[in-house]
Design a protein around this ligand. Structure first.
Ligand SMILES: [Zn+2]
Length: 90
């Protein structure tokens, strides 16, 4: 009666795909992540469906994106602070 072998259900396959590469592989994600984060910092409404989907399903790349975004924002702050300090030293 129950002679069907263990077959991956569609839901199981979808779960596996969501985990790693919905659109992009991690390699492709890493190639584009600098540009993606840079755009996100200058334009918070910027959306890249492939990247958005990948970051939603991949903790490692999402973490990388967060770190990069922090660095870019700090960079912007440090630059304006440095200008002020230079002015004071004169
Ligand atoms: Zn990834």
């Amino acid at each position: 009666m129950n002679d069907s072998p263990a077959v991956l259900t569609e839901a199981a396959i979808a779960g596996l795909l969501v985990d790693t590469e919905p659109y992009l592989s991690c390699d492709e994600c890493f190639e584009r992540i600098d540009q993606y984060v840079d755009r996100r910092v200058t334009d918070p409404s910027h959306a890249d469906p492939g990247m958005d989907t990948h970051l939603a399903g991949c903790g490692a790349c999402a973490e990388e994106a967060r770190t990069l975004e922090d660095l870019l924002r700090q960079d912007a702050e440090v630059t304006s602070t440095a200008d002020t300090e230079n002015g004071r030293r004169e």
